[in-house]
Design a protein around this ligand. Structure first.
Ligand SMILES: [Zn+2]
Length: 92
């Protein structure tokens, strides 16, 4: 009998809703998300616990994006680029 769990693989960090609450609490962003004070870094949609797509930390600052695949992909690229140029605000 097959009892394997098939998971979709996506190249960005996927977060479960359980994880995200813990992570947001740690980053002290949970209250702000619940209050609708956080917007998607890419498209400026208000990020809620329902539509949150990802959390990434760039230069010590937490960035949240909505569940839009385009936003998640861009956030992943951004976090990689920024980590590469630590200490620099501008990348040219
Ligand atoms: Zn977005």
């Amino acid at each position: 009998m097959m009892n394997g769990v098939v998971r979709r693989r996506i190249h960005v960090t996927a977060i479960s809703s359980d994880n995200v609450v813990g992570l947001l609490r740690r980053l002290e962003l949970y209250d702000d998300v619940v209050k609708g004070k956080i917007t998607c870094f890419i498209c400026k949609t208000i990020v809620t616990l329902e539509n949150i797509g990802g959390v990434t930390v760039v230069g010590g600052k937490a960035i949240l994006v909505c569940g839009n695949p385009g936003c998640i992909a861009r956030a992943a690229v951004l976090s990689k680029e920024r980590q590469h140029v630590t200490g620099s605000d501008e990348d040219r």
